[in-house]
Ligand binder design. Sequence first.
Ligand SMILES: Cc1cc2nc3c(=O)[nH]c(=O)nc-3n(C[C@H](O)[C@H](O)[C@H](O)COP(=O)(O)OP(=O)(O)OC[C@H]3O[C@@H](n4cnc5c(N)ncnc54)[C@H](O)[C@@H]3O)c2cc1C
Length: 806
Amino acid sequence: MRDSAQIVIIGGGIVGCSIAYHLTRMGRTDVMIIEKGELTSGSTWHAAGLVGQLRSHRNITRMLQYSVGLYEKLEEETGLTTGWKRCGCLHLASTEARLLELQKGATTARSFGLDMHIISPQEALKIFPILDLEGIIGAAFMPSDGQADPSGLTMAMAKGAMNRGAEVQQKTLVTGFQIKDNRIEAVITDQGTVRCETVVNAAGMWSREIGKLMGVNIPEVPFQHQYLVTEPIPGLPPDLPTLRDKDSLLYYKQEGGGLVMGGYERNGIPWAIKGVPKGFTQELLEPDYDHFQPLSEAAVKRTPCLKDAGIARLVNGPEAFTPDGNCMLGPAPERENCFVAVGFNAFGIAAGGGAGRMLAEWIVEGEPSLNIWPLDIRRFGQYHKSLAYNVDRTKEIYGKHYTISWPFEEHDSARGVKRSPLYYLLKEQGAVYGSKFGWERANWFAPAGVAPEDRLSFGIPNWFEHVAREHQTARESVVLIDQSSFSKFEVEGSGALAFLNYVAAGNIDRQVGSTVYTQLCNSRGGIEADITISRLAETRFFIVTGTAFGVHDFIWLKRHLPNDGSVTLRDVTSCYAMLNLCGPRSRILLGKTSDDDLSNEGFGFGQCREIMIGSAPVTALRVTYIGELGYELYCPPEYACHLYETLMAAGRDLDIRNAGYRAIDSLRLEKGYCYWSAEVSPDYSPYDAGLGFAVDLKKGPFIGREALEKINREGAQWRLCTFTLNGDRPTMLTGGETISYRGRVVGAVSSGGYGHTVGKTIALGYLPAAEAAHGDGYAIEVFREAIPATRHATALYDPKRGRIFS
Ligand SMILES: Cc1cc2nc3c(=O)[nH]c(=O)nc-3n(C[C@H](O)[C@H](O)[C@H](O)COP(=O)(O)OP(=O)(O)OC[C@H]3O[C@@H](n4cnc5c(N)ncnc54)[C@H](O)[C@@H]3O)c2cc1C
């Protein structure tokens, strides 16, 4: 074995081989895959091999579409059989809700450039003639999905990589790492030590143990997963598509004249949670016929030919699942030269091709070409180091793999991990909590007599009118919102200003007491973070970003810190609770509680002040996310209850009310404010998003400046547009809906919701610049119904002018 390689990939499953394949295609050929058994001997060899593409997130779908495109060509390129068959996938619906979900999926597919037709049960029967249609009320067909031989795909990608110089070191167990100054310098194996520049953990369900050796947390939990393989079934029609009957929790694939049938039971069984044995190689678990019985009974009903089919085997293979059902890709936050590609939740065959490409781009170019934030390992936090949390939440996620994906659905397990000091106080007042990044956050407040619970529906939700009241109070009077979960950082030191001016697109060199709304861009001008930076003192700055983006943004800042010790960066999220006081009466209210100068002249928009409210020391920022006069009030957590009670008492005669996150969303949509990961993300520049006003190209060098100058000079390719659906009927949008112009798909909705002041359903979404200037003819397609929509040139609401369209 060689004693050095530029890039070492641990794991020779489909994912590790795909990464090597793509790295070598990008010209990085000094690559070594280290595999403890033989290639494919982890989860890959026993996968069923269904390859589906549609996910609710556009770029994950694109990643899977890329896999399909690659699998179609791989055999020709490498000469190895991959078993790829573009057979299509049939989805069945037995309930109205499932049919709506399929219609939603078909609409999303259309906006993502995928063909998915809704068909009748009889048409489904023609495509899959062995079905019993009992209870089926509709179906959908996706012709471009397929199936493949997972081992064949992996071997073909390994061969492609080796043809270009990669080396595969089999029967070699990784046992440790040499780590210096936060970098992995060498990989230690039972066959020797390999020095390297970059390490990739692609060790499937062993990756948590590998992670521990690296000092990198991998929150994944192996689960048993079973499918049945039949003997050949006489008379089985050739060329059946794959089938997903999610209401029966089942999937099917044709293989060797028989069927493969598996499913996702509600009570999945975690396996080897304390650590997967190192010696578990090319092995299966004992079949558990009793546990599989409910699935086989449902399958015999759906496809009666199974009743007499001979059973070749019941495969029980373990696979890595994660607490949110998505895999983990990207740079490990804890190390400088370590990447992960793990936790594939039973879609590693479908994802393998695209995930390998994304990771190779990340290594070679510093960023993947698609923003795949829902898969980014930086979405996990400290609390994901808890095995109890991970097992509890992953059990729920496994059990919901095939249940209906409801809008606004919250999880029941592993709740209450992070709570604001106001948690119980607000609960007593009817707070209905949702969870975000482990935090309990009030989504809305149930008035007396109303059950404090969400009822799941694709229609108008039970909380609609209550959120409307919170929204109206924010527009007409004043509300108090507990936003303690926001992520907060402190940047301090003689080099702090220069550092921030280098990472931010806006000019941070403002007077002490200023708050700047700015973006942190990457070298392509894409938006890596959307934050406020407040200058609290000459050399001390306070940064606020979204709850779930703390790890991501902190690591982005950390990676760009100067190494001369002139700047310190600290996560101070837990040092401050935050109450957002907003609405036209907020200044009057604040004046009743504070002796500080709160006049517009003394404390104007975009400024920050250290003030006293009651007896609480508060850092107040005069910014809000809802488009009204308002203040973000940060205080040490021990003062939070006092601050809340003081403000509530002073606001009683001003009709103050609690508000939650669903009201914020409705309010910010009216004002056209962006949300990172939806409207703003690495896929779009500030100019695309209409945030050019926040970029200062004249201030000197900063990350992304050249790219932004070019976009500014040549004009943005994209335009973030605001639409309202014609008519007053509220329609619940959740993102991904199609935007069409005269029947032609021109974009997808990034965020949508109902604006209670404008009385309209609002949709935001990007269009190519050339498609953004049409007059009449736009429509938003929801559940396959095209609802005519109007595009607006400005935000829909302004506090000075009120509702600004007719
Ligand atoms: C029963 C079943 C059915 C499935 N069906 C489908 C399907 O239909 N469609 C789909 O898309 N997905 C399916 N999957 C999921 C799919 O199999 C996995 O997501 C995918 O194989 C994961 O690939 P991987 O490369 O990440 O992991 P693996 O294939 O597990 O590869 C990881 C490799 O790392 C090696 N390794 C671990 N530790 C070390 C070490 N210390 N030193 C050296 N090497 C090490 C292991 O030996 C292993 O070969 C299914 C999974 C199961 C269990």
